[in-house]
Design a protein around this ligand. Structure first.
Ligand code: SF4
Ligand code: SF4
Length: 210
């Protein structure tokens, strides 16, 4: 898996859930399909349309932080964490027309010049979490794209030098993704982050990350 394939899968899913935080600090999630994908191979960027009057637009203008979530029919979860930036005013009409040309239904929602109430945002750097529950062992990976993406803090669990190699964690791991050794080692790419090893270790050698 890689950034380009993940973004192509987002295209196939079509309608994506976009999460922001409102001015009361509460989560808000919207489905967005008015999306255009640009240069998937070299410089991936995702453009999307909303209307200036929507709270979603105001929340994006406030700080740009957004998470996008997609779930494919093959039980793959793709999550993009990024900052969305409004494209410059002189480019708005171009990107609005580009998105409307690809999504004919939008002309029904915003006929004629009413599309001018729109605002297009761009995401061209961020991080992606890919999580496939349709294979055994499950598989997860993280990627970044763009020139200076902010690194997401590590998640999951790791085994420290306090491990006494008793093997208890491996017996309770639903994905058999803990290798024996001194110390035992979690194969992070197959870990569910379920916490079973953490709860069962008799010497608290398993550490939660993040
Ligand atoms: S249960 Fe704890 S001590 Fe035992 S192998 Fe796992 S990490 Fe090491
Ligand atoms: S968190 Fe769950 S899946 Fe991951 S290593 Fe521990 S027991 Fe296994």
């Amino acid at each position: 898996m890689d950034v380009t394939t993940c973004l192509q899968k987002l295209q196939y899913v079509g309608v994506l859930a976009f999460a922001t935080v409102d001015n009361a600090g509460k989560p808000q999630v919207r489905n967005i399909s008015a999306i255009h994908y640009e240069s998937l191979d070299s410089a991936p960027a995702l453009y999307f349309f909303t209307a200036r009057g929507k709270n979603f637009c105001r929340e994006l203008l406030a700080n740009g932080h957004v998470q996008i979530l997609a779930y494919t029919r093959y039980k793959e979860m793709i999550r993009v964490s990024a900052r969305a930036i409004a494209v410059p005013e002189e480019q708005q009409a171009h990107w609005i027309d580009t998105i409307f040309a690809e999504q004919p239904y939008l002309a029904n929602v915003y006929p004629g010049k009413t599309r001018e109430i729109g605002k297009v945002f761009c995401i061209n750097e961020g991080s992606i979490e890919y999580f496939n529950l349709g294979v055994r062992p499950i598989f997860r990976e993280r990627y970044t794209f763009g020139t200076s993406p902010s690194a997401e803090p590590p998640k999951g669990y790791q085994i420290t030098q306090a491990c006494i190699s008793c093997g208890t964690c491996a017996r309770y791991c639903p994905q058999d993704c803990i290798q024996s050794g001194s110390p035992y080692q979690i194969q992070a790419e197959h870990c569910l982050h379920c916490g079973s090893c953490f709860e069962h270790c008799p010497v608290q050698a398993v550490q939660r990350l993040g």
